[in-house]
Write a protein that binds this ligand. Sequence first.
Ligand SMILES: [Mn+2]
Length: 366
Amino acid sequence: MKIIHCADLHLDSQMTANLDRKKAKERKIELFNTFGNMVKYAAEHDVEAIIIAGDLFDKKTVTKMASNTVYQAFIDNPDIDFYILKGNHDEDMFLDNLEEIPDNVKTFGESWTSYRTGKNDSIVITGAVLTKENKVSLFNELVLGNDDFNIMTLHGQESAGQTKDKTVVIPLRSLRNKGIDYLALGHIHTYKEAELDKRGVYCYSGCLEGRGFDECGEHGFVLLDIDEDNKTCTRKFVPIAKRRLYTVDVDVSGLDSSAEIISRIKSVLDKEKYSDESLIKIVLTGEVDAFCEKDTDYILKQFEEDYYFVKLYDETKLKVAYEDFALDESLKGEFVRIVLSKEDISEEEKAEIIRYGIGILSGEEV
Ligand SMILES: [Mn+2]
């Protein structure tokens, strides 16, 4: 039996953090389309169940369009069971507002709920919504059959040891040696699979689409193919995101002009071969001379046409060749000496003051 594990779709996200209104709207629609593409993939590949391990929606309130779109996916795919766990972003889930929950939609409450599925009903999907109240008792009450193929779904932050953390955590220790074969987790937005115990693994599928530059790289879902007779399973990560985000560090140390910096960025981007559908954050790093002519608006403009979205951060440090001026018997030299002698200014601030001051004294626009 094939099962998809996904999480953190955050449908209905506004997407306005980086994008202008038009593109934010477009990107918001793309999130729905990617959800649709995943369901389509499931239908075309004989997937019989989709586990959504929390954060299907971004907020408690869901637009009618979002609600209708997801509901329609359930109705249109009666051969697929949707196992939907509430996350920390969608507490008052839209299911509560539906007049009738379709038969192929399975939900979880605050105590364990288990569903049997697969050939001979030998696959058991168990889950619960973790809260501050149940997070201790829940794990004491957990009993799974040794002979079943046990999938568990939870939403929260993994934690190896004890924690005083207020956020809801997944205490991996309490889940070891309980008969879990696959722990389908949500909350962390990057794909990760690791060993739980001798028998099972735990896995964060990550989100389906990166939304910000804290969600760079590949995104998608996990496809499980379970052999019910042998109680084994193969797993693969299936990338499905429409777009990817990348943060690209470009070391511009020693360069003196916008033109040189543009050329350096070009050579770095050419090597990476990112698709023109990508969202790119270019970060300038390294040390540049105080007199480096660096117009970040102009530099950014050179790349805007090449990708869906580009932004540029200037995190370069100033390399001030104080010695060039400190002995200089000019007004510039005097200025540098005065700034350097101040004890209540940090080195970084001194560098900045010197840079602007020298600029003004050289007749530059500041
Ligand atoms: Mn999330």
